[in-house]
Design a protein around this ligand. Structure first.
Ligand code: HEM
Length: 373
């Protein structure tokens, strides 16, 4: 069987790995990513910076967040809502952001992604997406707690949860943007940045709906709500059903592992899942199916290694998608069609990012912000 790894060099790239992908449409909408290709492997973590800045900034944001009003009506387009909110803002002296204002934030995130290309595989994009996911993935349907509303990962109990190791790099990345646009809440900024990261890495459009408010430390969620890569399908179902996702959605969400890598000083695992970790493709599913995987012999947690190049990895939870009778057909579907993956990935991300958010606007207030490339 032709394997993805044998068709390419070992260097990580910003283009897809498989020959099939060279002809397949790489993008769902808009243009390709402007991000630079990777120049080689690097897994050095960024230097830590003071936690207090984040904490005090967070407290300031709680105060500021309380002053920002979102007046988007439930049956208006983002443009109408923007006009209405500007008019209302002008009347009562409160700044009410318009779609153009959110676009400015998007552009600042995208520009910073382009400028700061010496991180990891050449982009902060993957870690920004992970920040948005870990902010949202604490949601509990039954109690209505957790989710992206609140940005409670700014505070020590949640920021220090093992699953969130390394996400300070993403929180620090967006900090200057928060300073530039103090009217946006951290909660909205993290999600907008995750949407921008996906679009800038060549993924589908991810409609963004503003309206999250920052919350204080008392809203931090308990440890253990995010998945553990060392476990199997029962664990995956336990975690994702708790948020209200089904099997197909679990598989679609997992395709995010086409991006980024594991770091020994964060999760303990090591390596990227694909050869193009800063470009979103359906390679994750292709590689899962087409490669031969064996347990890596090393002094670290149990993870799989591709037999062909020995440079890629899969977590036990990734492999569980292949073993499970209900998950596997969805893996096969997305391996066959990047278009199907992108369409479902878009839907499931919008759902993830909006879990538990008490929006005062309707779904029609979602806005697709324009990608740079
Ligand atoms: C299915 C259950 C999941 C498990 C067990 C899991 C586990 C992990 C682990 C262990 C890492 C490595 C962290 C590090 O060492 O830096 C990681 C990275 C990552 N995950 Fe997941 N994850 C899951 C689902 C998701 C979902 C749903 C998304 C997004 C929608 C996502 C996006 C990412 C990204 C983009 C990275 C790379 C981060 C970077 O390069 O810094 N993951 N994940």
């Amino acid at each position: 069987m032709a394997t993805a790894s044998r068709t390419v060099t070992r260097a990580l790239r910003s283009t897809p790995a498989t020959s099939a992908l060279k002809t397949a449409p790489r993008r769902f909408a808009g243009q390709g990513p402007k991000l630079h290709p990777r120049r080689g492997y690097a897994s050095e973590a960024p230097k830590p910076s003071g936690n207090n800045t984040i904490l005090y900034g967070g407290i300031a944001a709680v105060l500021l967040g309380g002053g920002a009003y979102f007046t988007f009506g439930s049956k208006t387009s983002p443009e109408q809502a923007a006009k209405a909110s500007s008019a209302a803002g002008a009347k009562n002296g409160v700044f009410t952001p318009s779609k153009e204002d959110y676009q400015k934030v998007y552009d600042a995130v995208a520009q910073k992604l382009i400028d700061e290309d010496d991180y990891d595989d050449g982009s902060y994009g993957p870690v920004l997406l992970r920040l948005g996911w870990h902010a949202s993935g604490t949601y509990d349907l039954e109690t209505g707690t957790g989710g992206s509303n609140g940005a409670t990962m700014r505070f020590a109990p949640e920021g220090d949860h093992g699953a969130n190791a390394g996400l300070k790099a993403a929180r620090d990345f967006v900090e200057p943007i928060k300073e530039q646009f103090p009217w946006i809440t951290y909660s909205d900024l993290w999600i907008l940045s995750a949407c921008a990261a996906i679009q800038e890495m060549g993924g589908p459009d991810v409609p963004f709906r503003p309206g999250r408010q920052d919350r204080d430390v008392s809203f931090c969620t308990p440890d253990g709500r995010l998945p553990d890569g060392a476990k199997g399908q029962d664990h995956l179902r336990g975690i994702f059903y708790r948020m209200g996702f089904n099997d197909q959605e679990i598989v679609a969400l997992s395709g995010a592992h086409a991006l980024g890598r594991c770091h020994t000083d964060r999760s303990g695992f090591e390596g990227p899942w694909t050869f193009s970790p800063i470009t979103l493709t359906n390679d994750y599913y292709k590689l899962l199916l087409e490669e031969k995987w064996s347990w890596r012999k090393w002094n670290g947690p149990k993870q799989l290694q591709d037999v062909g190049s020995k440079t890629l990895m899969m977590l036990p939870t990734d492999m569980a998608l292949l073993k499970d009778k209900s998950f596997r057909p969805v893996v096969e579907k997305y391996a066959k069609s990047q278009e199907d993956f992108f369409a479902d990935f878009q839907k499931v991300l919008v759902k993830l990012f909006e879990l538990g958010v008490p929006f005062t606007s309707g779904e029609d207030a979602r806005m697709v912000l324009k990608r740079t490339a």
